[in-house]
Design a protein around this ligand. Structure first.
Ligand SMILES: Cc1cc2nc3c(=O)[nH]c(=O)nc-3n(C[C@H](O)[C@H](O)[C@H](O)COP(=O)(O)O)c2cc1C
Length: 199
């Protein structure tokens, strides 16, 4: 189905799913990479890339270390922004919402699917803390590997999924002369408010 910016659907859900699928079909290495922006206690913003791992009407899920910079910023202010950009398709999706940790059971289930090396890294990395050398990183990794030898690696208690609610979702499609198409969906008590925007 091709969505028409003059006749957008009632909800952004299926439209997002279609763009995610089309970005995946063209064979990009990380089609579901998105910039996650958070703000610190002074209101200073920062962004970094994370991977979208689940998407539903409940929101967009990514996984990370809760003790990281992003994790502590979300603990102080859970208003976040997600941004996808697919240059080959001249497309962008912006999602604003509130980030909440998913349940321990959901995080356990996803952690169990990760390659063992990544599971070890989740324990070994004090994400966002200063580290003196690559050698130190490697010795921490091997220590963890030894600790869990011959047994499954459990999820570290500080490693979690976060679900970002879909409070506002904006689609952008590049057009000639930089006269692009934009549609913004915003949640309200009456449902989605849908507006075309000037580029
Ligand atoms: C393509 C790509 C995907 C990434 N995916 C994740 C991810 O899913 N989770 C994560 O914690 N970090 C991911 N990272 C690393 C983050 O961008 C970031 O460096 C790290 O999480 C520390 O961020 P912070 O110090 O702002 O908390 C990814 C980086 C790249 C380039």
């Amino acid at each position: 189905m091709n969505y028409d910016f003059d006749h957008p659907p009632d909800s952004p859900l299926e439209w997002c799913r279609e763009w995610f699928a089309q970005a995946t079909e063209i064979g990009l290495p990380n089609p579901l990479a998105m910039a996650l922006s958070t703000v610190d206690h002074r209101g200073h913003p920062s962004s970094r890339t994370v991977l979208l791992k689940e998407f539903s009407e409940r929101g967009a899920v990514f996984f990370t270390n809760s003790n990281s910079q992003k994790g502590s910023e979300i603990a102080g202010n859970n208003a976040v922004c997600l941004l996808f950009h697919w240059d080959q398709q001249a497309r962008q999706i912006r999602i604003s919402g509130a980030a909440e940790k998913i349940s321990a059971e959901e995080s356990d289930a996803y952690f169990a699917t990760r390659p063992r090396g990544s599971q070890i890294s989740a324990w070994a990395s004090e994400q966002s803390q200063p580290a003196s050398s690559r050698r130190l990183l490697e010795s921490s990794w091997h220590e963890v590997e030894k600790r869990f030898s011959q047994q499954p690696v459990p999820r570290p208690p500080y490693w979690s999924g976060y679900r970002v609610s879909l409070d506002a979702v904006e689609f952008w499609q590049g057009q000639d002369d930089r006269y692009h198409d934009r549609v913004r969906f915003e949640q309200s008590e009456q449902g989605w408010i849908v507006q075309r925007l000037y580029p």
